[in-house]
Design a protein. Structure first.
Length: 214
């Protein structure tokens, strides 16, 4: 099984993990905490660790056990038990899949970030922190990572040159076409989540990079 990870580290970003370039193993909005939606590193790590080179056997590594314990502590005061339960079920499902289907290759595509004119300073800071955390987490779990500019991955997937105001809709449409199994309407969301769409397309880009290099 070839596992690829796509990460949109923006404030409304997401992480998508694909098996063999088509089947979503993980499709989660970026874990955040507080009203300012600050990145929650413990949960971010718990989503990546199962795919790290040190844990491809499918057995939960000491690092992942520590990470999940920290997530429990971070969420101890949360009233949303339903989401916590779903999170743990997701981790168990990931481990089960990896146990049955050993990972042969893995690559993460992490979108490079750049500030846009007129963007709020707080938003830029949160995005920068998110990018740094994702990069550190992927590196510490020994997941090969390509830091890729949006212009590069969109060109590779044939969706470059779209006007700024139309890009989100275009990426959602392309994701729905290329990855029909990926749910872009998490929870009670009525509008497709463009962060999940970008993350899914990034994971597909990573898969094509792996396959093309073999």
């Amino acid at each position: 099984m070839i596992v690829t990870i796509g990460i949109d580290p923006g404030k409304t970003g997401a992480i998508v993990v694909l098996a063999d370039g088509c089947s979503p193993l993980v499709a989660e909005r970026a874990p955040v905490v507080g009203k300012k939606k600050w990145p929650l590193a413990q949960s971010m790590n718990a989503l990546v660790a199962p795919f790290g080179a040190s844990d491809m056997s499918g057995r939960r590594s000491p690092l992942l056990r520590m990470s999940t314990q920290l997530v429990e502590l971070a969420n101890a005061d949360s009233d949303d038990d339903g989401e916590d339960e779903e999170f743990w079920e997701l981790l168990d499902t990931i481990e089960s899949i990896i146990t049955r289907n050993p990972v042969k290759a893995a690559l993460a595509a992490l979108e490079l970030q750049s500030g846009r004119g007129g963007e709020a300073q707080g938003s830029v800071l949160t995005t920068g922190v998110g990018f740094g955390l994702w990069l550190g987490i992927l590196t510490s779990n020994m997941v090969p990572v390509e830091e890729v500019a949006a212009s590069r991955w969109t060109r590779a997937l044939g969706c470059s040159g779209v006007k700024q105001e139309l890009r989100k809709a275009a990426h959602v449409a392309l994701c729905q076409k290329l990855l029909p199994e990926l749910d872009l309407l998490p929870g009670s969301t009525r509008k497709p989540h463009d962060g999940l769409a970008d993350a899914g397309l990034l994971a597909l880009y990573a898969y094509r990079q792996v396959v093309g290099s073999n």
